[in-house]
Design a binder for this molecule. Structure first.
Ligand SMILES: [Zn+2]
Length: 492
């Protein structure tokens, strides 16, 4: 994800149009901090923008993996009493993945976390990733964002206005917004990312405690810091935006080492096969281009340290997926038996090997392995639904997806699949309504309302079969979207 791009939208808009709008902004909380609801609303505007970013990527496997770590950290923060009940209930606590290959993670207002695939693929254990996520989570739970914004109170209404306007401008005219974004970069870096040194220290300290409480090895933070420090020595070639917001001062490093009373840095760590497989997936899904994909298929598989089964599994996973993306199904499938063998020792790695095999087969036109996935978990459901749709079983797919979204009504990706399943059966009305839910889940209420109105029009013209239950849901949802839009308009 490119916070830069968003950032610049903010700044460009800020310069151009903030003064007239600032009068219409949500009011700040009384204590000088941004109120929980103001921060949440601000976050929703920013998240809505990120959902439309071409870099935004939804991947059922990586989503599940990263959310699993994020939720463990959240639970630990809750147990420790770091998570106030107001923000616990009202913030989103969701992770948005970006395809960007650079190393970055950033907390947004309102509990959203932006995470680049580059950071996932640069880490070698869940512990390392948890160290970064724990740090960012702490910026949210300690209300650093709200305090930071309150400290710059005079800029605050402008910043808010700019964020909102940036989102709107991008929605209306992506090219113009894109062009406007180029100028503000450096400004944003100074303006937006200056958590105080005390805040950074607190995020390091509490973040580490949260990660440890959640069962992650504190060693992960040490090795993550070593990595960032090494990148600092190479004088940041632009692929580590994280370092600009989080400079590796010797003080920070010393403090972390002291806190953990570390044994020698680089001490032996248990290789994390599951994480290395997920890192391999992140590497391939970041769309690095054909040459890079080719390099994963050859170099990695042979260069892999044969002494480390975990590393070999990670390399094989990346190689097989890369071969599949290069449309060489045979080469991809040739790698799978060895991967399955390596992954067999652990339930979760074995599952991931099975999922990958089904995904590769499906990409090559063989739906059978995906149809055989029995587990009702989300990644399995995605693959089996896609397989059903390709095998003339769209009805069965729709039925399962319908059950899933009724339990998870804000899952845009699954609503999208459901829309496809309905469309494949010629159920236009239901497909259009499911598309409306995709937009609503991505916080674009106007787009949702537009689709609901299209659905109402279908009913009026009688082109769609009478479907009374669906019709009343559509009317109710349209009223909800209208009221959300009115609320939003009043705030501005
Ligand atoms: Zn930080």
């Amino acid at each position: 994800m490119r916070p830069r791009r968003l950032a610049c939208a903010l700044l460009a808009a800020l310069v151009a149009m903030a003064p007239p709008v600032s009068a219409q902004l949500p009011t700040l909380g009384g204590g000088g901090d941004l109120s929980v609801s103001a921060e949440r609303k601000l976050g929703m505007q920013v998240a809505k923008e990120l959902y439309r970013d071409p870099d935004y990527i939804e991947d059922p496997v990586l989503d599940e993996y990263v959310l699993g770590i994020w939720k463990r950290l959240l639970a630990a923060a809750r147990t420790r009493g770091d998570l106030g009940s107001d923000i616990d209930e009202r913030f989103a606590w969701d992770v948005l993945l970006g395809k960007d290959r650079t190393i970055n993670a950033f907390a947004l207002p309102g509990g959203w976390l932006g995470l680049n695939l580059g950071l996932i693929s640069a880490t070698t254990s869940a512990d390392e990733l948890a160290a970064v996520l724990g740090h960012e989570l702490t910026h949210v739970t300690q209300r650093h964002i709200s305090r930071m914004m309150a400290q710059e109170k005079k800029n605050m209404p402008i910043l808010l206005g700019a964020m909102i306007l940036g989102a709107l401008a991008a929605g209306r005219n992506a090219d113009a917004a894109q062009a406007a974004m180029v100028g503000g970069q450096a400004l944003f870096m100074q303006n937006q990312l200056n958590y105080t040194r005390d805040m950074e220290r607190e995020a390091d300290r509490i973040g580490l405690q949260v990660a440890t409480q959640a069962g992650f090895e504190p060693q992960g933070m040490a090795s993550m810091f070593e990595k960032l420090q090494a990148a600092t020595r190479l004088s940041d070639n632009g692929s580590y935006p994280y370092l600009r917001s989080h400079p590796m001062t010797t003080e920070r490093i010393a403090e972390v080492h002291q806190r953990m009373q570390l044994a020698a840095p680089g001490a032996a760590r248990t290789p994390d096969m599951l994480h290395l497989m997920m890192a391999g997936r992140a590497k391939v899904l970041s769309e690095p281009g054909v040459d890079m994909l080719r390099s994963f298929t050859t170099a990695d598989a042979t260069r892999a340290d044969p002494a480390s089964r975990a590393r070999e599994a990670g390399a094989l996973y990346a190689a097989a997926l890369a071969q599949s993306k290069l449309r060489d199904a045979r080469a991809a499938q040739a790698l799978l038996p060895r991967l399955a063998q390596l992954a067999a020792g652990n339930e979760e790695t074995a599952r991931q090997a099975r999922l990958l095999a089904a995904e590769i087969a499906l990409a090559a036109g063989d739906a059978q392995p995906a149809l055989a996935l029995a587990d009702p978990a989300r990644p399995e459901l995605v693959l089996s639904s896609q397989a059903r749709m390709r095998s003339g079983q769209a009805g069965a797919a729709a039925e399962r997806l319908q059950t899933f979204v009724s339990l998870n009504p804000r899952d845009a990706y699954m609503w999208q699949l459901l829309a496809q399943a309905h469309a494949a059966q010629g159920q236009t009305l239901r497909a259009v309504r499911a598309e409306a839910e995709v937009q609503a889940a991505r916080l674009d209420w106007q787009a949702a309302l537009d689709r609901l109105r299209a659905a109402q029009e279908l009913l009026r013209r009688g082109t769609s079969a009478r479907d009374h239950i669906e019709a009343s849901i559509i009317d109710a949802r349209a009223r909800e979207m209208q009221s959300l839009l009115r609320e939003q308009a009043l705030e501005r």
